[in-house]
Design a protein around this ligand. Structure first.
Ligand code: PRP
Length: 206
């Protein structure tokens, strides 16, 4: 299920990412902010768990998010700044890691490293700024599914319609939250207008 977010604040942050004058530090900071807003949307219907706490007027019960049941999984490299952002909101959540690289000619992704904590009974939240052909996200979802999480969410900043279509066809059970769906992919598999190569822009490489 695809959720495209329509909010002026999110659009403004995404469009600042597109600006070539945005330096790497600011780029990473903007990715953190967008990730937090996407998480806010993604947890809209989340069930709070009652917990008794000591307040200034005695012991009372309030609802909290069971952070330990959430596992954030950034897709390296470009997903890393997003992890920083969401962990500030949910510092007790766990993190797993998936290193993937898309071949620039064939556009096929390869997985180089995978390290997940227990996913069974938990919610896995994939983090990647870019959803282009959808190959990386589809493969990442397959790998995550093998560990049988209770639920899978994905937070993505910019997507191409082709990638959105591919992921929703292969994984209709996954909830994908996207800040911006752009016009198309070009013949090199880049999102147009997009923001260039998010990994390079975030980490000052080319
Ligand atoms: C980019 C991006 C996604 C993937 C999207 O990563 O961050 O992971 O490509 O493309 P797809 O939808 O066509 O699979 P890349 O492989 O360039 O690695 P990087 O994060 O290290 O730059």
């Amino acid at each position: 299920m695809i959720h495209a977010i329509h909010h002026p604040l999110i659009k403004d942050l995404v469009n600042r990412l597109r600006d070539i004058q945005t330096d790497s530090a600011t780029f990473r900071h903007l990715l953190q902010e967008v990730a937090r807003l996407l998480l806010y949307e993604a947890l809209k219907e989340w069930q709070l768990q009652p917990n008794r706490i000591q307040t200034w007027i005695g012991k009372k019960e309030f609802g909290f998010i069971e952070q330990e049941k959430i596992v954030f999984i950034p897709i390296l490299r470009a997903g890393l700044p997003m992890l920083e952002g969401v962990l500030e909101l949910l510092p007790k959540a766990k993190s797993g890691f998936l290193a993937m690289k898309r071949n620039e000619e064939t556009l096929q992704p390869t997985i180089f490293y995978k390290r997940f904590p227990q996913l069974q009974g938990n919610t896995a939240v994939l983090l990647d700024p870019m959803l282009a052909t959808g190959g990386s996200l589809s493969d990442a979802i397959e790998v995550v599914k093998a560990d049988k999480p209770e639920k899978i969410l994905s937070l993505n900043v910019i997507a191409a319609p082709e990638g959105v279509e591919a992921v929703s066809r292969k994984h209709p059970d996954v909830e994908v939250f996207i800040a911006q769906i752009d016009q198309k992919l070009n013949d090199k598999g880049f999102i147009i207008p997009g923001l260039g190569d998010a990994g390079d822009r975030a980490f000052h490489t080319e």
